[in-house]
Design a protein around this ligand. Structure first.
Ligand code: ZN
Length: 486
């Protein structure tokens, strides 16, 4: 702590360069060093892009301004940008270079609904019912952009052979843009892919998370007056309740790794009308696709039974499913080495105080920021709950994933506190570290065919002959709300 504060004083004196010096650089590879310097030089551009995406705060499939901004910067910097890919108007692929190897970097930028918040260390809504970057995707998008820009610069200067692709991936929070991008084959030519995510700890991720199925169940009944002639009706709400009762009984008979959660999104309008329509939105998660499938088959039977019992009919909509992440240990080791050489982040006293204020407001331990870099762990038998559409990519090409501290330790994620931190130096510093670690790791992959070969071998062994199957049907269209403005 004292050491951090001493360093902080030096940084305050340094003024603007504070941001550039925020990540210690013990990197000995001259090409990597140059890439890291490029990110420092582009610090202001990355902050500007990140802040704009934060201000736009566009939710899933509405990220028109955010994607256009990233596309514009990439085009200006000499990338070939393919827009409106995979039926997603806010998705893009930006390419530089040619030939093999082909390395991908993922970028996200969607916000969350109803989380409007200023960058203050206390709750302050900016716009009633507005949106906010409660998952830090503004940093995610700009950080990945930083890595791509730095890589292009050194690839060009040192004639490094290969192709670099930055993927603009919309709608991570809802819909799952990568699900559609994967189905369209956009990741098929990659030799490896890199991604990161803001967090309140720093580590290379070794846990596979959870596979998930997203189902919407509709029940159709018959309406009647609930007091005058209820015997004429068949309640769709009764069917929904019978279904959820059955699902709750099922919980006793599933493996401890299974998670089931639902909401009744439509259960009728008023009590004196027997509801003719009801809708249940349900997610089933487990450690892998097979586990999810087994539980979903039970849920399907319960739905069928609920409809029979209540004299209603039903329809199940399969909205999508994610795989669990396929971890690539070799790739993770390469990234860990770069992370340890480039990090950890140091913070000013002011920044630590800001973090502690947020923690006080959130009613949690006022620990400030976590600076240490976690060692590369062995995967947990029961990983933390949660799923990501990055997992789709991980079954198509060896994928390496990084979490970087961008917010005060222990704060609730998807909350005002993340929105606040994502437009603050504590967020920016995480973004720079992520950009640097991804750039350095990509350089290892571009320049070492042996490493890529090893990653590929591990990938093939772990896939056990499985080739990626999309969790959505070939004709399913993404629920695009509005078309791109002309
Ligand atoms: Zn996120």
């Amino acid at each position: 702590m004292h050491k951090i504060i001493r360093l902080a004083v030096v940084m305050i004196i340094c003024g603007l360069t504070m941001i550039n010096l925020s990540v210690s650089q013990t990197m000995d590879d001259p090409v990597k060093k140059e890439a890291l310097r490029t990110i420092d030089q582009k610090a202001q551009l990355l902050i500007d892009v990140s802040d704009k995406i934060w201000e736009y705060a566009e939710i899933a499939l509405m990220e028109y301004q955010s994607s256009e901004l990233l596309e514009e910067v990439l085009e200006k910097e000499g990338f070939r940008v393919e827009k409106d890919v995979a039926d997603l108007p806010t998705a893009f692929v930006a390419t530089f270079g040619s030939g093999n190897p082909v390395i991908g970097i993922l970028a996200e930028y969607d916000a969350l609904p109803g989380l409007s918040q200023d960058s203050t260390p206390f709750k302050k809504v900016l716009e009633e019912e507005g949106n906010g970057q409660g998952c830090g995707h503004n940093l995610f998008g700009a950080g990945s952009l930083g890595a791509a820009l730095a890589l292009k610069q050194v690839m060009e200067k040192h004639a490094i052979q290969g192709t670099l692709k930055l993927y603009g991936c919309p709608a991570e929070e809802d819909v799952g843009g990568k699900l559609y991008m994967a189905r369209a084959g956009l990741f098929d030519d990659l030799d490896a892919c890199l991604a990161w995510h803001p967090d309140y700890e720093t580590s290379v991720d070794v846990d596979s998370g959870q596979a998930v199925d997203d189902l919407r169940v509709e029940f159709f009944g018959k309406t009647a007056h609930a007091a005058f002639d209820p015997w004429m009706g068949n309640s769709a709400l009764d069917a929904a309740e019978t279904m959820t009762f059955g699902v709750n009984l099922l919980r006793e008979h599933v493996k401890p790794s299974v998670r089931i959660h639902y909401v009744i999104t439509d259960g009728g309008k008023v009590p004196n009308i027997v509801p003719e329509y009801a809708k249940v939105w349900i997610w089933v998660r487990d450690l892998d696709r097979d586990g999810v499938k087994a539980v979903v088959e039970r849920v399907e039977k319960i739905v069928e039974g609920a409809a029979i019992a209540t004299g209603t009919t039903h329809k199940i909509h399969y909205e999508g499913s994610y795989h669990e992440m396929l971890i690539n240990r070799k790739g993770s080791e390469i990234m860990q080495k770069n992370l340890e050489k480039i990090g950890p982040i140091t913070y000013t006293e002011e920044e630590i105080l800001y973090a502690q204020k947020i923690q006080k407001e959130a009613g949690i331990d006022e620990k400030g920021m976590v600076v240490n870099i976690e060692k590369l762990k062995e995967p947990e038998k029961y990983p933390e709950g949660g799923s990501t559409d990055v997992a789709e990519v991980s079954w198509i090409t060896p994928t390496i994933h990084l979490s970087i501290t961008c917010a005060p330790h222990g704060i609730p994620w998807h909350s005002w506190a993340v929105v606040a931190s994502s437009k603050h130096p504590i967020g920016y510093k995480g973004m720079f570290l992520a950009a640097k670690v991804m750039a350095a790791t990509a350089l290892d992959l571009l320049r070492s065919p042996d490493v890529l070969e090893e990653m590929k071998k591990e990938f093939d062994e772990k896939r056990k002959g499985y080739t990626y199957k999309s969790g959505i049907s070939p004709d399913q269209k993404p629920p695009v709300r509005i078309k791109r403005k002309s």
